[in-house]
Design a protein around this ligand. Structure first.
Ligand code: FES
Length: 508
């Protein structure tokens, strides 16, 4: 077993990275073997499914494009809740009361699996249970709060109105939900990986799957000159790669987090607290390297559709309005996917070969929903009944009408969005571009995604996303090219850091 320091899919470091090693185990991998399951992506979904499958006697390989927790698991703010962004009342409206109850059981099922794993394997991952609070600041938010409370009571989730929220933000009404939790996501993930390896599982880091060819119930996944053969392939990558139905069913969002040291540690609330603004803010405390930090998150927006620097600055301004901040220690952002009807999609990918699976659309509730998704996928693969599988099945997708229209329309929208909102600037020469910045510019009639590094070298790429040809947009905070259509992200040299794109941006 080898280890390396974790990195993630952004320029800004999250507080989790330095403390976590990324195990890999490939010594027993063979290209001649047909494995029971290949799992693409080593985040919480992938590791939860892989560990369960391996323990059930299924031979499993994880192929991770970079390192464990490189994607959203390495950038989450790691809240473990008994409630979700899609409220139980909203689920009731769309899926009936029984659907709402099942969804609540799934959310709490994910929570329980995390807690059980921590106990069973003795995982030291800063796990703490604390009360949760939601508060409303105006009339409309009070109605939303009442809906949350009513929904939670309907499905048997403990909730009470309260007068006291341990936060200095003025509010009009609040509720408390006991037994929320938090942890260090990479410490947890790496412990799962260690158990998986102990059970004989294989992890191939730095293995980017370019394509999968299917024949006679065997899928051959190509990663450079390596071929991995398996009876099942699970895309645990949020959005599965390539063009698929989920491009139209899940919208990619960026979410921002700032971790600050306060003048007085006692002002850090010993709770998980959420407001009901749109987009919302949340607050929680975590001790990182012996230092008590307040984590504040929010300001979410669709990927590639707003200025990430402005989102961070707004968040910092917001914190300083209510807290006496000594120092900003970390600021980072991460990506999640909002599903069209509020529930995740878990199961076989429609219109692909049998045995190709995915789980996506966790909204802002990745800890519980990724965990329960991994559990459901493992059951489905071994053909075991799972009570949640039908509610969140990918089969609830209707056949796609007007698919070509969708492609055209979105490409057009994205082009106009970039052109109108941020402007494709005409520069006479690349030396007008500031060092350390990127821009989509026009030079001699040609559009160029140009980044000038600190040494003055220009990295010039085609701005056309290789997924479905939208124009990428510069993310100044994470130093990446982000696609406003389905959330693909590329580094300054065009390498894919987040799907669904498979191919890099073309160098110019
Ligand atoms: Fe789909 Fe870029 S066009 S992610």
């Amino acid at each position: 077993m080898q280890s390396q320091k974790s990195i993630r899919d952004g320029y800004q470091a999250s507080p989790w990275e330095p403390e976590a090693e990324s195990p890999s185990a490939k010594s027993n991998f063979s290209q001649a073997v047909i494995y029971d399951c290949l799992i693409v992506g080593a985040g919480i979904t992938g590791l939860t499914a892989a560990l369960k499958l391996q323990l059930a006697g299924k031979s499993t390989v994880i192929a991770e494009a970079y390192n464990l927790g490189y994607g959203t698991t390495g950038g989450t703010s790691a809240h473990i809740n008994t409630f979700a962004d899609t409220t139980y009342m909203e689920v009731k409206q769309a899926f009936g009361e029984q659907g709402a109850q099942l969804f609540a059981d799934a959310v709490n099922g994910g929570y329980n699996i995390i807690r059980d794993n921590i106990a069973k394997y003795g995982i030291d991952c800063d796990y703490e249970e604390k009360p949760g609070y939601l508060y409303a600041e105006d009339e409309q938010q009070m109605k939303a709060l009442d809906q949350v409370v009513e929904g939670a009571r309907m499905v048997g989730v403990s909730v009470n109105y309260t007068e006291n929220v341990p936060i200095p933000v003025p509010h009009q009404k609040a509720a408390t939900l006991p037994g929320q939790a938090q942890f260090h996501p990479l410490k947890y993930l790496n412990a799962l990986a260690a158990e998986y390896i102990k059970a004989g599982g294989i992890i191939l880091n730095n293995t980017f799957i370019n394509e999968v060819e299917s024949s006679d119930d065997v899928h051959a996944a190509k990663a450079g000159d390596i071929s991995i053969q398996a009876s099942n392939v699970v895309y645990a990558t949020h959005m599965p790669p390539g063009i698929n139905v989920f491009n139209m069913r899940c919208a990619p969002y960026r979410s921002y987090v700032v971790a600050v040291k306060l003048q007085n540690d006692a002002d850090c609330p010993d709770a998980l607290i959420y407001d009901l603004q749109e987009p919302y803010h949340y607050f929680r405390t975590h001790v990182i390297n012996g230092e008590k930090l307040l984590l504040i998150g929010g300001n979410d927006h669709k990927t590639g559709h707003d200025d990430p620097e402005a989102a961070f600055n707004d968040l910092e301004k917001y914190i300083k309005r209510y807290f006496d901040v000594q120092e900003v220690k970390y600021r980072w952002s991460s990506q999640y996917y909002v599903p069209a009807d509020g529930l995740p999609y878990i199961g076989q990918i429609p219109m692909q070969a049998d045995g190709i699976w995915c789980a996506t659309g966790y909204n802002g509730n990745g800890m519980m929903l990724a965990t329960i998704s991994g559990d459901i996928l493992a059951d489905l693969i071994v053909d075991k009944q799972n009570e949640f599988a039908e509610l969140m099945s990918t089969k609830r997708l209707k056949p796609i009408d007007g698919f070509t229209e969708f492609v055209k329309e979105n490409a057009d929208v994205a082009y106009h969005f970039v052109a109108d909102r941020f402007g494709i600037e005409k520069l006479n020469a690349l030396n007008e571009l500031q060092a350390g910045t990127g821009k989509v510019i026009e030079i001699d009639g040609e559009k160029v995604a140009a980044y000038k590094d600190e040494q003055g070298a220009v990295h010039a790429l085609s701005p056309v996303c290789t997924h479905m040809k939208c124009f990428v947009n510069w993310n100044a905070a994470e130093k990446s090219w982000d696609c406003p259509c389905h959330g693909a992200r590329y580094d300054i040299d065009g390498k894919v850091i987040t799907g669904p794109a498979r191919q890099p941006l073309q160098p110019l």
